[in-house]
Write a new protein. Structure first.
Length: 387
């Protein structure tokens, strides 16, 4: 059997293994649903009061905090102004994320660079004390990818990545209207991962639409109808439908599947995926996702590719984790294209309230039946502050 087929089957097996083990990483603390901690039902964006409290009292390290301070007191310090309460109707936020990296250390082709990845302000306006009606928005600096810098139609560095209205109709059904990420797969933080960048759900792939989350234990269903990002040219906007279904097997184990069908004037997209989130022991977790990527241009033959991702967190001590992420991608799942492999490993830490630090090494390898390409190595450090 061909190597690429074996690799793809390996990821399929991992996705549904009993021991298949993620921010979704926090399933290791018993949080299988993103809705508890984020206004957006599938994660990312501003945290709710509950999410801020969880981060302060369970996730962040206490190494630089007076040991006399209890977890309950830390939870009360998680707000935008710390312990100082805000009016019930508004929840502001600030976020900065920066990345320094060096490619192929020690070689003549090495490169060092610091990138301001994100600097934005967000706000949630709450229209009633039961929080059934909430308007969420953000605005800030997001660097345009280098590949688009010389494009005359490049997007602005300053934009709103999300703005939507959330209506919690009842305990089972919540509706979202506006600009947001497409509902598909596991929304891991690494937007360069194959499971996001190759699928069309990466850093700049938000869309206007209507999304619904319906919960009926142990199931959670999310249909999403979208019309593309209105900042794009109308012929480039992907319009279509996506759907996510997830089932809690128990408090620390959730499995799910996703589908997306969309098109613009040039290409039809079909994406199918299965995923799992597994927590074992306090703080330890494994996320897996495997999927098919089908692109059918309107004028030429289509391609069917595949990807796999497995990401684990192993708790070292409170606030400090060993992170390991393995990825696979092949554009055609055949000998016509290379097997792209990545392994990311290193430290993920939350050394203090509202801070995050990462130190990771990324190894990349492309395997082809015709050529041999040497490994690439990248050292990355990332700092994240949020209020």
């Amino acid at each position: 059997m061909q190597t690429r087929t074996l690799l793809f089957l390996f990821f399929i097996t991992m996705s549904y293994s009993k021991f298949a083990f993620t921010y979704p990483d926090f399933v290791g603390y018993g949080y299988t649903s993103c809705m508890l901690c984020h206004y957006n039902g599938h994660g990312n964006g501003p945290l709710t009061d509950y999410g801020r409290g969880v981060f302060a009292s369970e996730i962040a390290s206490k190494g630089y905090i007076d040991p006399k301070i209890t977890d309950e007191q830390l939870s009360e310090s998680g707000g935008f102004l710390g312990k100082k309460p805000l009016p019930w109707w508004i929840r502001p936020g600030l976020k900065y994320r920066g990345l320094w990296f060096q490619t192929n250390p020690g070689s003549q082709q090495t490169m060092k660079k610091y990138v301001h990845m994100q600097a934005d302000a967000s706000v949630a306006f709450i229209f009633d004390q039961d929080q059934k009606y909430i308007l969420v928005g953000s605005y800030g600096y997001y660097p345009v990818p280098g590949s688009l810098r010389n494009d005359p139609n490049k997007p602005s560095d300053w934009l709103s990545r999300e703005h939507y209205f959330r209506w919690m109709k009842n305990d089972n059904l919540t509706l979202f209207f506006g600009l947001m990420d497409k509902a598909f797969g596991i929304r891991i933080v690494d937007h360069t991962a194959y499971s996001r960048a190759k699928v069309g759900v990466a850093q700049n792939d938000q869309t206007y639409g209507v999304m619904a989350m319906y919960k009926k234990e142990p199931w959670e269903f999310t249909p999403h109808v979208f019309i593309g990002n209105l900042a794009q040219s109308s012929d480039q906007r992907q319009k279509g439908f996506s759907f996510v279904a997830e089932r809690d097997m128990h408090q620390y184990f959730r499995v799910g599947g996703s589908a997306m069908l969309s098109e613009n004037n040039y290409v039809n997209w079909t994406r199918l995926a299965g995923h799992s989130k597994f927590g074992y022991g306090k703080g330890n977790s494994l996320l897996t996702e495997v999927g098919l990527i089908m692109n059918k241009p309107k004028t030429t033959a289509g391609k069917t590719g595949g990807y796999g991702m497995a990401q684990s967190l192993a708790l070292i001590k409170r606030g400090y984790f060993f992170l390991s992420q393995v990825e696979y991608y092949n554009q055609t799942l055949s000998t016509k294209s290379a097997d792209n492999l990545k392994w990311t490993f290193g430290l993920l830490s939350f050394p203090y309230l509202k801070t995050e630090f990462r130190l990771t090494v990324v190894n990349g390898r492309d395997l082809s039946d015709e050529t041999v390409v040497g490994d690439s190595w990248t050292v990355q450090t990332q700092i994240h502050f949020s209020l």
